[in-house]
Write a protein that binds this ligand. Sequence first.
Ligand code: DC
Length: 206
Amino acid sequence: MIIAIDGPAAAGKGTLARRIAAALGLPYLDTGLLYRAVGRRVLDAGGDPADPVAAKAAAESLTAADLARGDLRDGAASKAASQVASIPAVRAALLGFQRHFGDVHGAVLDGRDIGTIIFPDADIKLFVTASLEARAGRRFAELRAKGDDVSLAAVCDDLAARDDADAKRAAAPLVAAADAILFDTTAMDADAAFARALALIKAKLG
Ligand code: DC
């Protein structure tokens, strides 16, 4: 069984996907982490994440250790991830790993193109959204809790810029699959979103 969970940054996809995977006994893959690790590798080598040659080489040589790094969620890695994610050769290099991950035992995967490109025949597709204000507020609280001295306005600008880039790129843009269930979490906390999503999934699977 494949459950595809797509949507914009900070919509709550990761938390939701992880909990759904645990509830259904399926492996979980955060595909954004792949793009973050590629971006981080390019930055470490002193390269430009917008350079297709450097980004493709980083994507083709990604290791498990790259995905286990603790610095994949900071602002620099987020920006670099969005930049490398717009390069078709990077997406091509990461495609096989994602498909293989799901094909072995089934999986819950979250990202931007899981229901459109990676698993167009997924059993369940959720497109998780929330208003920009709600998403920025959640990400701001998360960063502050980690001791990051960011402002709400900066977080909001950063999310808006990334969503814009992710939605407008030519390669696998952020878009809901035609057969995705639209799931707006603006007025839900994480527990309510999980309960509702699980009910939707169970209803769809009969
Ligand atoms: O989900 P995230 O914020 O960790 O993703 C980081 C970046 O990677 C985001 O700007 C979009 C990109 N991404 C993508 O293009 N395709 C995916 N399947 C997952 C993430």
